[in-house]
Write a protein that binds this ligand. Structure first.
Ligand code: MN
Length: 250
């Protein structure tokens, strides 16, 4: 099995080394990742300049690694083009959670989404960062248990995985979509100019069965996702309440 490993923290992140190492148990691994950090880039793709890659000088215990001057989604597009018949794309392990609303901003998840758009099974993996770096050695058995569980599914799905610092088990979850305050914190730079930090704090607690709930309760959270964003309920209501095909709109 060919496993392409990427991330949005950049090729020098310890998270990608941990993931490449854990993935080695499941098949042949190749790393193709951004040359610099691309966190919160979402699903941006480079279309107005050419992309290039270089073999990475970093050792991934014998694993081939390449760094790309592009976004996480670029890395998947280019990586799967250059390595035909990629069976699985893994993105992470991100230094910071990608729960609930953050799925809309995440570059880690976007790399997995790009693979899903190409018909390849894909998993995004993330973990919170405290004052110290995550203990990737302690997480490794849980990364392997999670990948083994996902390997039992035959569909070419898209999955968002989040590891708490000390997992006690694994749960299937749904996305916790809650409004957040989007608070802007103003400050001043060394030249006396105003600048602003964008912060995200959920306004409501997480419901049981959601990704945020699972991680808050020390479970590995796995959320199956889909590319079709259509709101079926809203579509039905819209057709009933505001029909678009009336004679005056023809
Ligand atoms: Mn990141």
């Amino acid at each position: 099995m060919r496993i392409l490993v990427t991330n949005d923290d950049g090729i020098y992140s310890p998270g990608i080394a941990a993931l490449a190492h854990a993935a080695g148990m499941f098949g042949e691994v190749r790393v193709v990742a951004p040359d610099v950090e691309q966190s919160s880039m979402g699903h941006a793709v480079t279309h107005s300049r050419p992309l290039s890659y270089k073999k990475s000088p970093i050792e991934f215990k014998g694993i081939e690694a390449y760094r790309v001057n592009g976004t996480p989604a670029d890395c998947v597009a280019l990586g799967t083009h250059l390595w035909a018949n990629t069976d699985l794309v893994l993105s992470g392990i991100n230094m910071g959670p990608n729960l609930g609303n953050s799925m809309w901003h995440s570059g880690t998840l976007a790399a997995a989404k790009q693979a899903a758009l190409l018909g390849i099974k894909a998993v995004a993996l993330s973990t919170p960062v405290g004052k110290t770096e995550p203990d990737f050695k302690a997480l490794e058995p849980w990364v392997q248990k999670t990948l083994a569980l996902l390997s039992e599914i035959r569909e070419h799905g898209l999955y968002n995985v989040n590891f708490p610092a000390n997992p006690q088990g694994i749960r299937w979850t749904r996305q916790s979509v809650r409004l957040y305050d989007g608070h802007i914190v103003p400050g001043t730079d060394p030249m006396g100019r105003k600048h602003y930090w964008f912060t995200v704090t959920p306004l409501e607690p997480a419901e049981e069965g959601t990704d945020r709930w699972a991680v808050e309760n020390n479970f590995v959270s796995i959320t199956p996702l889909r590319l079709d964003l259509t709101n079926e309920q809203e579509l039905k209501a819209a057709i009933e309440q505001a029909p678009a095909d009336t004679p005056d709109r023809l």
